[in-house]
Design a protein around this ligand. Sequence first.
Ligand code: PXP
Length: 242
Amino acid sequence: MAKNLCVNIDHIATIREARKVREPEPVAAAIIAELAGCSGITVHLRQDRRHINDDDVRLLRYTVVGSLNLEMAPTSEMVQFAKTVLPNMVTLVPEGPNELTTEGGLNVDAKAAEVEAAVRALQSSGIFVSVFIDPKIDQVKAARKVGADYVEFHTGHYAEAFERHDERGIESELLKLQDQITLALKSGLKVNAGHGLNYRNIKGIAELSGIEEFNIGHSIIARAALVGMEKAVKEMLNLIGK
Ligand code: PXP
């Protein structure tokens, strides 16, 4: 199983938006990250456009050589936008207006009709669709039912247990993730993982079997701000065993 790293560069745009100026340029960060060896670039186009904007995504479509993964809410406006830009993959995520970051998985089970419509519309343009879900049986089954190609398992609870030095919590989150990875693979879904992963906690997740791609943003951009993007990406690639 390939262990790929997609670097989420949203927070390069967050720094730019702190001053509403032109730098740092997300495309420049994407080019350096790709040259350092990551397999793709992820951005989250939020409905409030607080960091990445429409033009960033269009420019990235022209410049990203590997896989471009667009995270977005499953709304018709976002689906229309994705169908004009044609990223390689769309990851459907829940979105709250006041959240600091994505707070949990998408409830695919409860929103099946809406999610299925988005999945079908995107796939009809040749875009692979992933749904960001909590590692729970009903969500994996729902992801299968709505026809998603991939699931991305939310690793946030694992990351929180790690921060609390909660050995039991860590163990139980890893077991939960491995069980649901196995179920997803058996159901014909491919598996990605992300959220809250960093240089300290990645080991446990990287040792799970069946994950194709890790989506990591904040920790890589935070390190890149101090040591440079190339070094930050290479260090993470090393830790995931790439
Ligand atoms: N995966 C998804 C679906 C996300 O929404 C995010 C945050 O934008 C990430 C991964 C990356 O999370 P982090 O920035 O904590 O690495």
